[in-house]
Design a protein around this ligand. Structure first.
Ligand code: NAI
Ligand code: MG
Length: 357
């Protein structure tokens, strides 16, 4: 099989970690006998904005729409472009206009990585956060009146549609049903937010009835955040609205070590449009250009991409290679993992491990 991948390195360390992601993808493609056709694009970065005054060319939908997937680094260079311009001008357009309504972020404590929390062993933390990625609290409905007076008032609405809520819940229940523990927790706050969150609960409870083999429960977001830290063992699949999911999917990886290893998938499950795979982290201007960024989040995102494309064995091989190298090769670890290695050194070691398994 042959897959066509659009590659967008973006800014800062995005440009340093994407080549390592590609190195590992090529290593695994050779072993599993599929071909990757990659086309690299130089938009969605600060340099493009400086030249064109836009983050993307006007025909970006046609340019990217025909690819099987998008492999993305990170965007943002605040010295040259304001952050809200670079993000809303590129990544958020991809998510919304390609209807990538699931943001899937695995949280796993890998062998060889020390989490910030004492007592947790590899295996204790192994769950998936499913974040609603297109509606909810992130709406642009609202406004401001009486500006500059002491009656100044701002309002912003949360939008939940039956279609939008049901489709992300269905995805999460299907996912839970496919895992050995078959356990799903939905995040809520229906004790305080009295209209949208009870609706979310109602739709989740209705969906649960259609999946009798999945053990479903709910947690209010406040105690859920506390339990991520205190008792992460109890979670398997956690599904949440846009805002709650955003917070949980940063908290989770923080409990499992460094943000440098966390991957994510922005998925259009209907496959009308390409899905986008990117590390959780940003462009890290503070360490950019020094060759010390951790490439694992990018490499693991490549594994998620292969899973989505229908190559689960190749994906599993990449994740196993990451874990072996982190556990057995302390000399190649990057500074965020407590080592003194380089981006290319760690990427090369993982690619070699892929080839030698
Ligand atoms: P960041 O994730 O870029 O950096 C936060 C901290 O984590 C920094 O100290 C950085 O050095 C460290 N870090 C991040 N990734 C690392 C890696 N792979 N290896 C080692 N250390 C790593 O977040 P920050 O500083 O809030 O944002 C910087 C820029 O990135 C901004 O322009 C922001 O808008 C953008 N950004 C883009 C995202 C995206 O493209 N999806 C996501 C988050 C931020
Ligand atoms: Mg976030």
């Amino acid at each position: 099989h042959r897959y066509r991948i659009a590659v967008i390195p973006g800014d800062g360390i995005g440009r340093e970690v994407v080549p390592e992601g590609l190195r590992c993808l090529r290593a695994v493609a050779e072993i599993h006998g599929f071909e990757l056709e990659t086309v690299e694009f130089g938009f969605a970065c600060a340099g493009y904005w400086v030249r064109h005054g836009e983050m993307l060319p006007p025909d970006w939908r046609e340019v990217l729409g025909g690819f099987d997937a998008i492999f993305f680094g990170a965007v943002g260079w605040p010295e040259a472009v304001p952050d809200h311009v670079s993000l809303w001008g590129s990544l958020l357009k991809f998510r919304r206009e390609f209807d990538q309504y699931v943001n899937l972020r695995p949280v796993r404590l890998l062998r060889g990585v020390r989490g910030p929390l004492r007592d947790h062993e590899p295996g204790d933390i192994d769950f998936l956060v499913v974040r609603e990625n297109t509606e909810g609290e992130y709406s642009s409905i609202g406004g401001q009146i009486f500006e500059g007076t002491d009656r100044e008032t701002v309002v912003q609405e949360t939008v939940m549609t039956r279609t939008g809520v049901d489709r992300v819940l269905r995805y999460a229940f299907e996912l839970a049903g496919s895992r050995p523990r078959k356990h799903l927790t939905w995040a809520t706050k229906s004790n305080g937010i009295s209209i949208t969150m009870p609706y979310w609960d109602e739709r989740a409870a209705a969906m649960a009835e259609r999946y009798p083999d999945v053990v479903a429960d709910k947690d209010h977001i406040d105690i859920l955040a506390a339990k991520f830290v205190l008792r992460p063992q109890q979670y398997d699949v956690v599904v949440a609205s846009n805002l709650f999911g955003d917070i949980l999917s940063d908290l989770g990886p923080a409990c499992a070590g460094t943000i440098g290893i966390a991957p994510s998938a922005n998925i259009n499950p209907d496959r009308t449009w390409p899905s986008l795979f990117e590390p959780v982290h940003g462009s890290a201007p503070d360490i950019a250009g020094r060759g010390i960024a951790n490439p694992v989040g990018q490499i693991w995102s490549g594994a998620m991409m292969l899973d989505h494309l229908g190559e689960p064995a190749a994906a599993a091989r990449i994740v196993a290679a990451i874990e072996n190298v982190l556990d057995e090769r302390p000399e190649v670890l990057t500074p965020d993992l407590g080592g003194s290695g380089t981006t290319a050194g760690l990427g090369t070691a993982i690619a070699a491990e892929i080839g030698s398994q």
